[in-house]
Ligand binder design. Sequence first.
Ligand SMILES: NC(=O)C1=CN([C@@H]2O[C@H](COP(=O)(O)OP(=O)(O)OC[C@H]3O[C@@H](n4cnc5c(N)ncnc54)[C@H](OP(=O)(O)O)[C@@H]3O)[C@@H](O)[C@H]2O)C=CC1
Ligand SMILES: O=C(O)C1=N[C@H](C(=O)O)C[C@H](O)C1
Length: 233
Amino acid sequence: MKIALFGYGKMGKMIEQIALNRNHTIVAKVDVDTVDIDFSEMDVAIDFSMPSAAYGNITKCFEHGVPVICGTTGWLDKYDEAVALCKAKNGAFIYASNFSLGVNVFFELNRYLATMMKNLDQYKVSMEEIHHTQKLDEPSGTAITLAEGIIDNTEYKGWKLEEAGDTEIPITSKRVGATPGTHSIDYSSTVDSIEIKHTAHNREGFALGAVTAAEWIVGKTGIFTMKDVLNLG
Ligand SMILES: NC(=O)C1=CN([C@@H]2O[C@H](COP(=O)(O)OP(=O)(O)OC[C@H]3O[C@@H](n4cnc5c(N)ncnc54)[C@H](OP(=O)(O)O)[C@@H]3O)[C@@H](O)[C@H]2O)C=CC1
Ligand SMILES: O=C(O)C1=N[C@H](C(=O)O)C[C@H](O)C1
């Protein structure tokens, strides 16, 4: 498969390694300075760039009929527009706030736990995410997906960084050293707490998930999620 990398930073480099190990070819490494992009040689594009760059990269790919896997976070105010363009162009698109198998299992666990906690008013939920100090967005995209999983299954109406109202999930974002990504959800009452936590040990899981999604999407048309890609049983 001929893969174009939009964003060749920490994730782009890790994705390149995994893609080459799986016998794919990297046909382009696009960054902010790239002017001549040959879309005709790409089977699929993988975007791990920057919040300010993702939408522009994705829409250029749709204009040229190239399927897109996007892991960039912090640009979701434009997600609906990207989806509309993809549909108009009969393209193919997967955005995931987190491509790792472990986090996608964690997403399901979070939703299930939320349904169990829904009527237990004595427990208050809170969330914490910890990432490396170079991360541009907060809270993390993964934390937002986790919050949405709770909101969909409980009476919570929204989320907020730090101080939150009664119907909002408080999220604490910490930036510590080179932390690849840690997310925990805590339900606390006056007598006990229940906590679930996912800890990434490195970036490999994110990169492998993105390459797996790229392999899966080629030849398809539509808007998909990692739930479509992964067989979680
Ligand atoms: N969904 C998931 O599973 C995961 C998502 N992420 C997300 O992926 C994104 C990238 O993360 P990471 O690799 O760690 O970040 P890095 O900062 O290491 O890499 C981002 C790269 O994008 C480049 N860039 C800047 N502008 C553009 C542009 N217009 N087009 C293409 N590339 C551009 C930057 O170049 P320069 O440095 O020259 O500006 C940099 O090399 C983040 O949004 C992060 O949150 C990260 C891990 C997992
Ligand atoms: O910026 C990162 O590094 C990560 N970003 C994603 C997010 O915002 O959730 C996924 C992962 O946690 C690493």
